[in-house]
Write a protein that binds this ligand. Structure first.
Ligand code: AMP
Length: 189
């Protein structure tokens, strides 16, 4: 199964993607994590990406798409994948569809994790990652609204979008995600 998790910064996508990956026994593909790792490793791509993510801006599509294409070729992605933080623009969603079509593997489900903005700010303040300063968070929220939210309509039109309430404890949120995934699996089989 290929599942895309969509939600504002601080919605808990990383935590939930990790759990979902363990539940389904598939790969976890986090572009944010891959970009931070490239930065820590000091690669040219990492240095280029850091200029964007440290300012709370989206890294250019071609950079992100390149690392996703490489990751999809790894063996663990063959049985399925949880996409976390990718796609973040309609252009990325279209490119992902094209890459998956080559492999005859569509996106089965896009799960929108819904969290009110006021709660997002509280959660990010508590997390304290380098790109979690108030100004940067505002910037990231703006990009989310303008560039990422339109992918919800894109997946809705494909008939694969489901929305869940992202408030509550990680266990409560995961229970909702699991129910959504189980229902989709039953319908598919
Ligand atoms: P995340 O860990 O998903 O919150 O991502 C951290 C930062 O990495 C984001 O604020 C962006 O600057 C960058 N990033 C991660 N994924 C993408 C993506 N799919 N497209 C563009 N930039 C991304």
């Amino acid at each position: 199964m290929r599942i895309v998790l969509v939600g504002p910064p601080g919605a808990g996508k990383g935590t939930q993607a990790q759990r979902l990956k363990d539940y389904l026994g598939v790969a976890h593909l986090s572009t944010g994590e891959m970009l931070r790792e490239a930065h820590q490793a000091g690669t040219a791509l990492g240095r280029q990406a850091a200029e964007y993510f440290e300012a709370g801006r989206l890294v250019p599509d071609d950079v992100v798409v390149g690392i996703v294409a490489d990751r999809l070729n790894e063996a663990d992605c063959a049985d399925g994948c949880v996409f976390d933080g990718f796609p973040r623009t309609v252009a990325q969603a279209e490119t992902l569809d094209a890459m998956l079509a080559e492999r005859d593997m569509p996106v089965d489900l896009a799960i929108a994790v819904e969290v009110p903005e006021s709660e997002v700010f509280q959660r990010l303040a508590a997390r304290g990652r380098a790109d979690d300063h108030v100004e940067t968070v505002r910037e990231r929220m703006g990009h989310y609204r303008r560039l990422t939210q339109p992918i919800l309509e894109y997946y809705h039109d494909q008939g694969v979008l489901r929305s869940i309430d992202g408030t509550g404890t990680p266990d409560e949120v995961f229970a909702r995600i699991r129910r959504t995934v189980d229902t989709a699996r039953q319908t598919a089989s």
